[in-house]
Design a protein around this ligand. Structure first.
Ligand code: S3P
Length: 172
């Protein structure tokens, strides 16, 4: 079974995905890294030079390419992936994939993104004092898609090792 991790920016998808893959002894794919590899540009450069619409198209294309791979793996999607181009419908319909929404509170996300703002084109230009309001609204809009995941795991105030153990039980 393929394990697909979804959640807002800063929810720990990549860190947790990498550790889960190690525990399951399966390959790990980070969709953003995969896109950067294929496009030979960072996600920020793609947003900057080609725009978000181009990024969303490529994201959709590469998600399908990854899901078509024959072997099992753990994949972490980008925060926006489930919310565009019927990506969530594709995931739900895929009998070989199970999705988990890593749910984080607004406060945790604000704290993490304040420190890592620059790598994320959607928030890079926001002033720190506007971050909370932006995230609260954005997360509310996206929650509709995130909640379509097969499983939900609340990851606030938990150690990474604890999260990975819980996750492994969920997707086994
Ligand atoms: C995005 C999240 C990013 C990346 C891009 C857009 C989003 O991934 O795909 O900057 O729309 O939320 P992370 O969730 O890994 O930061």
């Amino acid at each position: 079974m393929k394990t697909v991790l979804i959640g807002y920016m800063g929810s720990g998808k990549s860190t947790i995905g990498r550790l889960l893959a190690k525990k399951k002894n399966s390959p790990f794919i980070d969709l953003d890294d995969y896109i950067e590899d294929k496009e030979k540009m960072t996600v920020s450069e793609i947003f900057e030079t080609k725009g978000e619409i181009y990024f969303r198209k490529q994201e959709h294309f590469y998600l399908k390419e990854i899901l078509a791979l024959k072997q099992d793996f753990v994949v972490s999607l980008g925060g926006g992936t489930p919310c565009y181009a019927s990506n969530m419908d594709i995931l739900i319909a895929d009998k070989n994939a199970t999705s988990v929404y890593l749910k984080t509170s607004i406060a945790t996300i604000v704290q993490r993104l304040t420190n890592e703002k620059n790598q994320r084109p959607l928030v890079a230009r926001l002033k720190e004092e506007d971050l909370h309001e932006f995230i609260a609204k954005h997360l509310f809009e996206r929650s509709y898609f995130y909640h379509q995941a097969k499983h939900l795991l609340t990851v606030d105030a938990k150690k990474v090792t604890e999260i990975v153990t819980e996750l492994a039980l969920l997707v086994d």
